[in-house]
Design a protein around this ligand. Structure first.
Ligand SMILES: NC(=O)c1ccc[n+]([C@@H]2O[C@H](COP(=O)([O-])OP(=O)(O)OC[C@H]3O[C@@H](n4cnc5c(N)ncnc54)[C@H](O)[C@@H]3O)[C@@H](O)[C@H]2O)c1
Length: 340
């Protein structure tokens, strides 16, 4: 099977590309190399004999000229929520026009599509209501989980909007042009090959700061570090994608919530503790009580549907995720420094 991975030099894309290549898929990538770190991942792709088409996903004239693929896995986005508020044109071109272009290409070539969506499609108000802090000093109640039927009514960040609108476009193309698709609404994903920043890839960012003994801050919710997210190891995601690819002729046009769920979640405070244990470094942590209007207290995915359909569940807990990411970051410290 010929697979094109858009954003193939990004964190998720490069992991998926290398994973599929090892399993004898014919894999290519489409990435304009705009993300810091994508050049590092490109070298790994080249070592695995994976070609990258250096094309902007907003440029359909160029996209339509590349060969035909059986499946497109769309891992291309500007995924930082704060950036999405500041760089509207670039974010709409990449995240929304990009999806449209991939769908036009899929329509032309009769390709199937797997789309990586985001938990940020859920409205901020829903998440604020679902995960109320009794006191910022106490950990949050993580029993409430978000599933496919949770409300999508309300503002959600510009990034989240582009992901939701992309989902809708995919559904329209599925209906109008018989494109078989799968949409995965993912919570936080982490693991090796991630060049984390404060608002995108916080687990990798946290570990990197610990390795380098730099400063960090608990931002928002009183500055106590109790905000919480579920985290999915990218390898667990790759294992799910393989199941989805193998079954896509039978199981298609479905949307799944996918995340670490209760098998793997962490508050920032707990993450600090794990980082201290693994890196053996203790760093200075300041409190910044106020946060962005885009911040949310907690997010935990309900994996029930995806687990039932594919008999899949995440195997790696938060400790393993931190450990695997730490091993990769520390081993490559010298070569990757310039990308952070
Ligand atoms: N990482 C997460 O925690 C997470 C969570 C939920 C959903 N997702 C989704 O998964 C996908 C992959 O995320 P990621 O963390 O790997 O992001 P990433 O930033 O590491 O990778 C995105 C890649 O897309 C490329 N790119 C950006 N704009 C482009 C453009 N205009 N044309 C061509 N290439 C372009 C970048 O160079 C980069 O290599 C995204 O769609 C994201 O929305 C990620």
């Amino acid at each position: 099977m010929k697979v094109l991975i858009t954003g193939g030099c990004g964190f998720v894309g490069s992991n998926v590309a290398i994973f599929l290549k090892k399993r004898n898929f014919s894999v290519s990538s489409l990435d304009n190399l705009s993300r810091k770190g994508s050049l590092f991942n490109l070298k790994l792709l080249r070592q695995s004999k994976i070609k990258n088409y250096k094309i902007d996903i907003g440029n359909y004239k160029k996209i339509k000229k590349i060969p035909k693929f059986d499946l497109i896995i769309d891992c291309c986005a500007e995924a930082a929520v704060e950036v999405s508020r500041d760089e509207l044109d670039r974010v709409f071109d990449t995240n929304l026009v990009g999806t449209l272009n991939i769908l036009k290409k899929a329509k032309k070539d009769k390709s199937k599509v797997i789309f990586l969506s985001s938990s940020r499609v859920y409205p901020i108000e829903l998440l604020n209501k679902s995960y109320k802090f009794k006191s910022f000093k106490k950990s949050i109640n993580t029993k409430k989980k978000i599933n496919e039927d949770s409300s999508i009514q309300g503002a959600r960040t510009i990034y989240g909007f582009t992901k939701l609108a992309s989902e809708m476009l995919i559904e329209e193309f599925g209906y109008a042009y018989n494109i078989k698709y799968i949409i995965n609404r993912c919570g936080v994903i982490s693991g090796p090959l991630q060049f984390g920043k404060q608002d995108q890839g916080f687990v990798s960012h946290w570990i990197w700061k610990h390795i380098n003994k730099s400063k960090l801050s608990y931002i928002g919710y009183g500055g106590h570090g109790n905000q919480t997210r579920d985290v999915l190891h990218v390898e667990d995601l790759c294992n799910l994608l393989i199941l989805q690819i193998k079954n896509i002729s039978k199981i298609y046009n479905k949307l799944f919530v996918v995340g670490g769920s209760t098998a793997s979640y962490t508050s920032l405070k707990k993450l600090t503790f794990i980082c201290q244990k693994i890196t053996k470094n203790k760093i200075s942590l300041t409190k910044k009580p106020k946060t962005s209007i885009y911040d949310i207290p907690c997010y935990i995915s309900d994996n029930s549907k995806v687990s039932k359909v594919y008999k899949w569940r995440p195997k790696k807990n938060i400790y393993s995720i931190v450990k695997d990411t730490y091993i990769w970051l520390s081993k490559n410290k010298k070569n990757i420094k310039k990308y952070f």
